[in-house]
Write a protein that binds this ligand. Structure first.
Ligand code: GAR
Length: 210
């Protein structure tokens, strides 16, 4: 049986999508005790643990403690699901090829924060979410799957975020399953599935857009 550890900092809706997809979640860890997702996980009998980053002298010390806490669960894959911490190079290297993140934009566009506001301000017509393998550079790393949504003229950041989030919940479980099952191959930074599954998803596209 494969083992998946999820890291969250807040609401945990992507974590829920991973659990509800039947993935083998063995633990949910958070850097914030008030992360709403923790209660949801506990209520389903999933082990949770909190490591408050403020209790550590620096990033490296926190990351070493986090790594130890994760490794006690012997994960095959670690999924960042709204885990709002920059990770040190040593941490990322330790999980090379086993660490996935979901980011609310079509990378490489809109790395960082406030992606929906920035997409609207830029006037882009398509936006979305990306699942990628984590490398030391923030919001970079080989792209595993993307969900594409339209940006409508009357969108505000909240509406757009909700549309993107529905796409996130569809692609993240698929991508995590591919990695758990050994279905991903990386060649010169490009990821493909061994069984030629589509790695893009047109999320929330009404018929008139086809
Ligand atoms: C999601 O939209 C996720 O893509 C984003 O935070 C949200 C977490 O929501 N992640 C990042 O911005 C990481 N840079 P959730 O807690 O409901 O899954």
């Amino acid at each position: 049986m494969k083992r998946l550890v999820i890291l969250i900092s807040g609401r945990g809706s992507n974590m829920q999508a991973l659990v509800e997809a039947g993935l083998p979640v063995v633990a949910v860890l958070s850097n914030r005790a008030d992360a709403a997702g923790l209660a949801w996980a506990r209520a389903r009998g999933i082990g949770t643990e909190v490591l408050d980053h403020r209790a550590y002298p620096d990033r490296d010390a926190f990351d070493r403690a986090l790594e130890a806490a994760i490794d006690r669960h012997r994960p095959d894959v670690v999924a960042l699901a709204g885990f709002m911490r920059i990770l040190s190079a040593a941490f990322v290297e330790h999980y090379r090829g086993r660490l996935l993140n979901i980011h609310p934009s079509l990378l490489p566009a809109f790395t960082g924060l406030h992606t929906h506001e920035r997409a609207i301000a830029a006037g882009v017509k398509c936006h979305g979410a990306t699942v990628h393998l984590v490398t030391a550079e923030l919001d970079h790393g080989p792209i595993v799957a993307q969900a594409i949504v339209p940006v409508r003229l009357d969108d505000d950041a909240e509406r757009l975020a909700a549309r993107v989030l529905r796409g996130e919940h569809q692609i993240y479980p698929r991508a995590v399953r591919w990695l758990l099952e050994g279905n991903l191959e990386i060649n010169e930074g490009r990821v493909r599935t061994r069984d030629a599954q589509p790695q893009h998803l047109w999320a929330d596209r009404p018929a008139e857009d086809l």
